[in-house]
Design a protein around this ligand. Structure first.
Ligand code: ATP
Length: 450
C-alpha cells in the first residue's frame, strides 16, 4: 500500500462522533461490545444519505439495473456452492505469551500488546504459533434444535442473494443481458482483527451490484464499471488525490476472479490507502456453481440469437460503513477564522450527504424572531432535514453546525419581519447572502441535489 501524506484524524473523529451523535460504541453501559458500533441521530442520517445516493445512481437513474432485498439467512447449500464453507478463511496466529490473536497475512498492520508497541513477533518474548485457517462465517441454528442439520450462516456478503435470484429478477423484470441487480444489506464476518473504528467490523453493510454480461464482452463492461465507480466516489466529494486504483496481481486474485481492481482511499496516518470498494470480473463461477449444487438450470436464453448461456458477472462491492468513514475522514478539518481567536472544526461534507441541510436561528429572542424562525424550520422540515437553534451566541451556533457539516445556516434578524428576507451563511466560504423568505426552501434544495 502507498504511504499516506495525510494527517491521522481518527481519534478526533471517534470523539466528535460520540459527542455529537454520529457513532457510539455499542452497549457502552456494559463496557462495550468489541468493534461493534451504533449510529446515533446524525450518523444514521449520514449513512442513509450515502446509501440513498448509491441507490439513486445505481438503480433509480438506470433502466438496466434492478433492485433487490434478499434475506440474510440463506439455504446452507448456498455457502457450499459459493466456496465459503471450504475457503472463506483467514490465517490466524496466536501468541503464547501475550495471548494476542493476529491475522498472519496482516502482521505488519497489527500491534503486539507488549510495550513498546511493535509488530507481533518482533519482541524477544513473542511466541507466535504456526498459522491455522479460521472460517469467518458466523454460524447459528434455524429452529429450536441445535443440531448440524439446522446449521445456517449469517451471510458474509450480499452477493449470493443476487445470484440465487438471477432468473427470478431477469424474468419478472423482463431484462435482457446485459443488465444488473443491486442490493444494500448487512453482512457478517467474524474478523480476526477488527478495528480502526468503523473501518473493519464484524457486522457491516454492503452495497453490491452484479452486472450480467455475455461472455466475451466482459472486459469491456469491467472497464466501464471501473470508470463509473471511481466517478461515483469523487461525486461524494472524496478528493481525487486520496483515491487510487489497486490492481490485484495474479497471485492476489480470488480463485473465481478473472480480473480485480480495488478502489483505495487514503485514510491518513498509519492506515493510509485502504480498499473501500472491489470491482471484480467473476466470470461464470457463481452461476455455474449454483447451477451444479441446486441442479436447476440458470442459463439465460437470448431470444434474438436463439442461444442459451451462463452470463459472466462484473461485480462492484462497496462498504457503506467504510465509505461513511472515508467521507468523515475526508471532510474533517480544523481552521483559523479571520478576526477571531478561536478556530473552528468543520466537517466539509457534500451537501447531499450532510445530516442536517439547513439550521435556522433567530438572531435574538425578541421581536417575534423565534416564532418566525420556528415557522421557517417547520416548513423546511417537510422537504429537507432542518434544525432550529436559539441557544448561545450566533458564533457558537455557527460552530456547532460547522462541526457536524451543516452546509447552510439561515438567520432571522431584526429586519426580517419588515423585508421578509433572511441571511444565509455558507459553511465553507463563509459567504453570506440575503434571500427572500419564500425562496429559502428552493434555494437550499437547489444546492443539495447536485
Ligand atoms: P479486506 O481485504 O479489507 O478484508 P475484502 O477484500 O474481504 O476486504 P470484499 O469482500 O471485497 O472485502 O468486500 C467489499 C467491501 O465490503 C470492502 O471494500 C469494504 O468496503 C467492505 N467490507 C468488507 N469487510 C468489511 C468489514 N469487516 N468491515 C467493514 N466493511 C467491510
Amino acid at each position: 500500500m502507498a504511504a499516506s501524506t495525510q494527517p491521522d484524524v481518527m481519534d478526533k473523529l471517534v470523539s466528535l462522533s460520540k459527542r455529537r451523535g454520529f457513532i457510539f460504541q455499542s452497549c457502552e453501559i456494559y463496557g462495550g461490545t468489541g468493534s461493534v458500533w451504533d449510529y446515533g441521530p446524525l450518523g444514521v442520517e449520514l449513512k442513509k444519505n450515502l446509501k440513498e445516493r448509491w441507490w439513486a445512481s445505481m438503480v433509480r437513474m438506470r433502466d438496466d439495473v434492478e433492485g433487490l432485498d434478499a434475506a440474510i439467512l440463506m439455504h446452507p447449500k448456498t455457502w457450499e456452492a459459493s466456496g465459503h464453507v471450504a475457503g472463506f478463511t483467514d490465517p490466524l496466529v496466536d501468541c503464547k505469551v501475550c495471548k494476542g490473536r493476529f491475522r498472519a497475512d496482516r502482521l505488519e498492520d497489527a500491534r503486539c500488546p507488549q510495550k513498546p508497541s511493535r509488530q507481533p513477533g518482533q519482541h524477544d518474548a513473542c511466541q507466535l504459533t504456526e498459522p491455522r485457517m479460521f472460517n469467518l462465517m458466523f454460524k447459528t441454528f434455524m429452529g429450536p434444535v441445535e443440531e448440524s442439520a439446522s446449521t445456517v450462516y449469517l451471510r458474509p456478503e450480499t452477493a449470493q442473494g443476487i445470484f440465487v435470484n438471477f432468473l427470478n429478477v431477469q424474468q419478472s423484470a423482463r431484462q435482457k443481458v446485459p443488465f444488473g441487480i443491486a442490493q444494500i444489506g448487512k453482512a457478517f464476518r467474524n474478523e480476526i482483527t477488527p478495528g480502526n473504528f468503523i473501518f473493519r467490523t464484524r457486522e457491516f453493510e454492503q452495497m453490491e451490484m452484479q452486472y450480467f454480461v455475455e461472455p466475451g464482452t466482459d472486459m469491456e463492461h469491467f472497464e466501464q464499471w471501473k470508470a463509473d465507480r471511481m466517478a461515483w466516489h469523487t461525486s461524494l466529494g472524496l478528493s481525487a488525490d486520496r483515491l487510487q486504483f489497486h490492481q490485484h496481481a495474479a497471485g492476489e486474485l480470488a480463485h473465481y476472479a478473472r480480473a480485480a481492481f480495488d478502489i483505495n482511499f487514503d485514510f491518513g496516518g498509519t492506515l493510509g490507502f485502504q480498499e473501500i470498494e472491489g470491482i471484480h470480473n467473476r466470470g461464470d463461477f457463481d452461476l455455474a456453481q449454483h447451477q451444479q449444487f441446486s441442479g436447476k438450470k440458470l442459463e439465460y436464453y437470448d431470444q434474438q440469437a436463439n442461444k442459451r448461456y451462463l452470463p459472466y458477472v462484473i461485480e462492484t462491492s462497496v462498504g457503506a460503513d467504510r465509505t461513511t468513514l472515508a467521507v468523515l475522514v475526508n471532510g474533517y478539518r480544523e481552521e483559523a477564522v479571520a478576526g477571531e481567536d478561536e478556530g473552528r472544526v468543520v466537517l466539509g461534507l457534500h451537501p447531499a450527504l450532510a445530516p442536517i441541510k439547513a439550521a435556522v436561528f433567530p438572531l435574538t429572542k425578541k421581536d417575534g424572531q423565534p416564532e418566525m424562525a420556528t415557522k421557517l424550520a417547520d416548513e423546511l422540515r417537510r422537504f429537507v432535514a432542518a434544525d432550529y437553534d436559539a441557544t448561545g451566541s450566533i458564533g457558537k451556533r455557527y460552530r456547532r453546525q460547522d462541526e457536524v457539516g451543516t452546509p447552510f445556516c439561515v438567520t432571522i434578524d431584526s429586519e426580517s419581519a419588515a423585508d421578509q428576507s433572511v441571511t444565509i451563511r455558507e459553511r465553507d466560504s463563509l459567504a453570506q447572502v440575503r434571500v427572500a423568505l419564500d425562496q429559502v426552501r428552493t434555494w437550499v434544495q437547489d444546492r443539495i441535489t447536485a
